[in-house]
Ligand binder design. Sequence first.
Ligand SMILES: [Zn+2]
Length: 245
Amino acid sequence: MCPLTASVRPAEPPLALLAHRRDSLDVYARYLRRESYRVEETDDGRQALVLALSQRPHVVIADADLPGIDGFQLCEVLRRDRLTQATPIIVVSSDTFPADIAQAARVGADVLLTRPCILRDLSNALEFCRMQSLRVRERAAAAQHRAEEQLAHSTDVIERARAIRNRTPLSHALNRHATTSPPVPPPVLQCPSCDAWLVYRDSHLGGVNLSRPEQWDYYDCPSKCGTFQHRQRTGNVRKVSSSSF
Ligand SMILES: [Zn+2]
């Protein structure tokens, strides 16, 4: 699906990953469904990790005592992965001693709840995480939108550059001409031979393509040293004929 349409599609129910011990899995799952969540559930830590990475849930509720990978380890791994580093995670632990709180903070859990946790606590935690998740997803959608705008702009610049390059031969043919009012004012120059001020005659415009325009300015020496050509692109001055009058 196009990321742009994904960001504006009608909101579907948020997905909760419930990784919990078998004894309380059903109670929490029923509660979450009643609160309009879609629920992926497992009682195994490794399976929870697979589900988190593949399903990208809006919130993860992980028991601290899961077999395989415990809730804290699961949290730590998910925080290290780019896909899940911003996913809100609620860890449910049998204890909330200072050591547990410190561990929850260290692994990046958003909320630490004590088991058995009453549904109102879970509800408050979910609301906190929902707001957190909403902000993260809004920021991601805005960043995506900016990236698409930049890409569109770059494509436009490339297309225009291509169009200019394609029509260069025509412009080249049309633009090659002599004029006394060239785009770049001819500089005031002294004769390389006698130091007299050169008299400007006209300029010739041309060049291989539009990105490298050329302008040659022609001057006569009042002391009859000859005609001199000044090339704008290089600044070189050279004599092109011996006698100007
Ligand atoms: Zn001269």
